[in-house]
Design a protein around this ligand. Structure first.
Ligand code: FAD
Length: 331
């Protein structure tokens, strides 16, 4: 991923898309068709595949990652958590990722599996039997130790502070900072953020990192995580789960149309496009990237990418443009 980012021309923007493994073979077949269409039409710089807490989707995540990397030729990043599961699952996932030609891992701690999350029956139920990994930084160090620089490693960050079962309230992001420094020093190559709608929180967060006296965030890509608004209910649920705040002025715009699903989507595309444009205007270190939590859906993200002119030209289009430019120069 970082090689691809570095190879982009100066001033270029890029984006990535997140997908999760469907539960059924039918879901997989449908997603594969959608992924083919999206990868051709949208041309993301990379895609990421989520991992169920505790390894609950291990096989399915690898299956989806294989489709993305091998069958569709997409640069793929596998999410991998390290707590509440056996160390052998971590080892197998990394080995399998290597076999599949995957070069990117998002190294995460993970949470305790939620009861509503489905479990792969072929995997043993594990309590926190693995004492080697307590935090994401342990996984970053482990990947470096086992694989050197083979994998490009991403880590998670929280513009509004990390919150979980033990700290249900938002924490001041400053409290997490030493741990993010630690993860970065341990070998993280890029940072993906939790989703947010409060763009000013992201502004403050990014500025805090870039100015941090440790100096570790001077050049590292910090990619904001954005979730297209699919429906009023999904929005309320996901913001609650991720502890992302909804600024009042945005909520008012959505509340005004909440009875009409189509209008919610339309206003949602406008809101996300405004967030992207705002971030584009910020001074950036290197190229500016955007990561979209697609929830495996196509339309909203496609509209946002079109509105914000984030879709790169296809190879053929670039050639045509060069030819026509050349033609214009002829006497
Ligand atoms: P860590 O970096 O380990 O941090 C967790 C908490 O521990 C933080 O509050 C931190 O401040 C604290 N901490 C860290 N190190 C120390 C230390 N040395 N001493 C004391 N405290 C410390 N979850 C999934 O299950 N599957 C996914 O696919 C997934 N994808 C995600 C993608 C993104 C972009 C993000 C932002 C999150 C994702 N998550 C996923 C959720 C993530 O697993 C949870 O948020 C989890 O609670 C924290 O993971 P982390 O990697 O940030 O943990």
């Amino acid at each position: 991923i970082t090689d691809k980012i570095n190879a982009l021309p100066d001033g270029a923007n890029y984006f990535s898309l997140e997908f999760f493994p469907p539960k059924t073979p039918m879901g997989f077949a449908n997603l594969q068709v959608r992924l083919e269409r999206m990868s051709q039409a949208l041309r993301p710089l990379f895609v990421t595949v989520t991992w169920g807490a505790g390894g609950s989707t291990a096989n399915k995540s690898l299956e989806l990652a294989e489709i993305c990397q091998r069958q569709l030729g997409l640069t793929t990043c596998l999410h991998l958590t390290c707590t509440n599961m056996k160390r052998s699952i971590v080892d197998e996932a990394l080995e399998q990722a290597k076999v599949l030609g995957i070069r990117n891992i998002l190294a995460l701690r993970g949470d305790a599996p939620r009861s509503e999350e489905y479990r792969d029956e072929t995997l043993p139920v594990e309590e926190d039997s693995n004492r080697d990994f307590q935090y994401a930084v342990d996984l970053v160090r482990y990947i470096k130790k086992q694989y050197g620089d083979y994998f490009c490693i991403g880590v998670a960050a929280y513009p509004e502070g990390h919150a979980d079962e033990s700290h249900p309230e938002h924490q001041d992001p400053k409290l997490d900072l030493p741990y993010l420094v630690e993860k970065t020093k341990a070998g993280a190559d890029f940072i993906l953020t939790q989703l947010f709608f409060d763009v000013e929180a992201f502004d403050r967060f990014e500025a805090m990192l870039r100015e941090d006296e440790s100096g570790v965030f001077k050049k590292i890509p910090i990619i904001p995580g954005l979730m297209p608004i699919q429906s009023y209910q999904i929005l309320r649920r996901t913001t609650k789960l991720s502890h992302a705040s909804l600024p009042r002025r945005l909520l008012e715009r959505l509340d005004a149309v909440k009875g009409d699903d189509e209008l919610v989507k339309k206003v949602g595309v406008q809101i996300l496009s405004e967030i992207v444009e705002h971030i584009k205007q910020r001074p950036s270190v290197g190229k500016r990237g955007f990561h979209f939590y697609t929830l495996n859906l196509e339309k909203a993200v496609s509209h946002i990418l079109e509105d914000c002119r984030l879709i790169p030209l296809a190879y053929a289009d670039e050639e045509a443009l060069e030819l026509s430019n050349g033609h214009d120069l002829l006497p």
